[in-house]
Design a protein around this ligand. Structure first.
Ligand code: T3D
Length: 257
């Protein structure tokens, strides 16, 4: 059985971390395969990506047995060849990526989820910055992402204490978008993906890019960036369709072009 399940349906790429007996912890094989599948999401048919975990966990982060394995990749390759290329791919992908956090998300598993564009979680899920407990620092972009989501004070405390945060608390502190009851979680998460996959894909991609640029730019420079991307959005056929549909009082049919 592959460590990553991949399926495209209704313009949504469903990517499932699939090592359920190891709480979907990342080994080299799964990390490289995830990169390969994220690359396949550049395909025009994909207009939204849905990232979830098989079984009871989303992901327990790095497979710690691999770290101690003398035949394993070695600590020095794990960030450079596994996690950094994964989070860069998610950030650069010109479509929305939803993390559907079905269960515990720990270490790199938490930070990969949090670097996605929209993070939803089942009520029984939780988030743990587990790194400090084994003497590591948070990685996979977590030290960049988390303070921006919840503020420096809370991020520092969670990263130093390694405390488990329930999905409900994660939603309250702005770490994630929404929590859904366990029994309707999958349906609700897939409904969001379905909705996004029918929206103006290029407009969403530009939104993602401009938001990401906002971390680096001064306000006036940023207004210029917004202008640049707005001109691009205005040239899409989805923009024309959106305006025409509004004026004609009908539901728009967006093609992603
Ligand atoms: O270069 C580098 O390595 C840097 C990269 C770092 C990236 C990282 O992600 S570092 C952080 C690594 N992750 C952790 O430290 C989390 C370790 N796991 C846990 O703290 C707990 O398992 C959880 C809180 C995630 C879940 O707890 P619980 O009680 O639901 O499950 P459990 O009983 O602890 O685990 C179930 C099984 O999964 C168990 O195996 P067993 O006893 O049934 O054979 C456990 O050992 C295994 N497991 C859980 N997490 C990992 C794991 N096996 C390997 N690696 C894991 N990360």
């Amino acid at each position: 059985m592959s460590t990553i399940l991949f399926e495209i349906a209704n313009n949504i790429a469903f990517i499932t971390l699939n090592r359920p007996d190891k709480l979907n912890s990342f080994n080299r094989e799964m990390s490289l395969l995830l990169q390969e599948k994220l690359d396949q999401c550049k395909n025009k048919d994909v207009r939204c990506v849905y990232l979830g975990g098989a079984g009871k966990a989303f992901s327990a982060g790095q497979d710690l047995t691999e770290v101690t394995d003398p035949n394993g990749p070695g600590m020095h390759r794990i960030l450079g060849e596994h996690y950094n290329p994964i989070v860069i791919r998610i950030k650069k992908l010109e479509k929305p990526v939803i993390a559907a956090v079905n269960g515990v998300a720990a270490g790199a598993g938490a930070n990969i989820a949090l670097c996605c564009d929209i993070v939803v979680a089942a009520e029984s899920a939780s988030f743990i910055q587990a790194f400090s407990k084994i003497g590591l620092i948070p990685d996979s972009g977590g030290t960049h992402t988390l303070p921006r989501l919840i503020g420096l004070q809370k991020a520092t405390a969670l990263m130093m204490l390694g405390e488990k945060v329930s999905a409900t608390d994660a939603e309250k502190m702005g770490m994630i978008y929404k929590v859904f009851p366990d029994d309707t979680f999958e349906t609700n998460a897939k409904n969001i993906a379905d909705y996004l996959a029918k929206m103006p894909t290029k407009g969403l991609a530009y939104t993602k890019q401009v938001l990401s640029m906002s971390y680096m730019t001064r306000f006036e420079e940023h207004l210029h960036d917004e202008d640049t991307f707005q001109q691009r959005a205005a040239q899409t056929s989805d923009f024309k369709e959106g305006v025409n549909a509004f004026l004609e009082k009908r539901t728009p049919i967006f093609t992603g072009e």
